[in-house]
Design a protein around this ligand. Structure first.
Ligand SMILES: [Zn+2]
Length: 253
């Protein structure tokens, strides 16, 4: 049973992760906050186990896609484990997770800059491998190849200062029915029905801010922690998988 730092893992993992294995093991432990078995918080340096469920599928062009769902446990709660499942090819199994927030920043002369933000990630993280090459994040690669920028900091002021425009094929559209679409080169990455009820405390002001700015700051990449209650991008920034860019907003017809 191999152990990296304080984390035990199943030795078969190495045949999937190759030279990335140690980094993957430590990343999973770094991002985990509670034990997947007993739900107690994890403390630094206590003995842990990594449990990984791998799903593998092959695209029509021969590219192999992998998703890795990992759980971290106290070693006293579970030993390390690994399962592999082969599934038929279809990408729509991916579930996007997103949150709409508004950031504000003092912009001199007492003015406040109001920035509409869409935080967006895919769960689980999808990676691909072409012809036995290195494993690569599908989402991060897609965004970086369309003018998005890597962000090294999780501080919102830094993100607001450094985010720049993305490539021309990226856009947001709001349809007359209030559906928000995020697309790249005609492919829709994200679609959501905005709740534009005036009594709704959230989406109407967000859309107003987006229309005024005529752009939306996208905070994306892998390992974003998005729930109903929180948006935590510190893990993504630490892992170098945080990607940002400002995307223009158009009104649909
Ligand atoms: Zn436990």
């Amino acid at each position: 049973m191999p152990v990296t730092r304080n984390v035990a893992w199943d030795g078969r993992l190495e045949s999937f992760k190759g030279p990335d294995t140690a980094h993957y093991v430590l990343t999973a432990a770094d991002l985990a906050k509670t034990c997947a078995a007993c739900r107690e918080p994890l403390k630094p340096d206590e003995p842990l186990s990594l449990l990984v469920n791998i799903t593998q599928s092959t695209a029509p062009d021969g590219t192999e896609y992998f998703t890795f769902i990992d759980n971290v446990c106290h070693r006293r709660c579970s030993g390390p484990a690994l399962t592999v499942k082969h599934v038929a090819w279809h990408l729509e199994e991916l579930s996007p997770l997103a949150a709409r927030v508004i950031l504000t920043q003092a912009s001199g002369a007492g003015r406040i800059r109001v920035v509409p933000v869409l935080a967006y990630t895919l769960v689980p993280v999808v990676t691909f491998r072409e012809n036995g090459g290195e494993r690569t994040s599908a989402l991060v690669t897609l965004l970086l190849s369309h003018g998005f920028q890597l962000a090294m900091s999780a501080e919102y002021d830094d993100l607001l200062d450094h985010a720049g425009p993305v490539a021309a094929g990226c856009s947001f559209t709001v349809t007359p029915e209030g559906v928000l679409l995020f697309s790249i080169d005609g492919e829709i990455l994200y679609r959501d029905q905005l709740e534009l009820d005036p009594d709704n405390p959230h989406d109407a002001p967000w859309l107003q801010a987006a229309r005024t700015a005529a752009y939306i700051l996208v905070i994306s990449g892998d390992n974003l922690d998005i729930t109903e209650a929180i948006l935590d991008i510190h893990g993504a920034a630490r892992q170098g998988t945080l990607v940002i860019g400002t995307v223009p907003l158009f009104e649909g017809h």
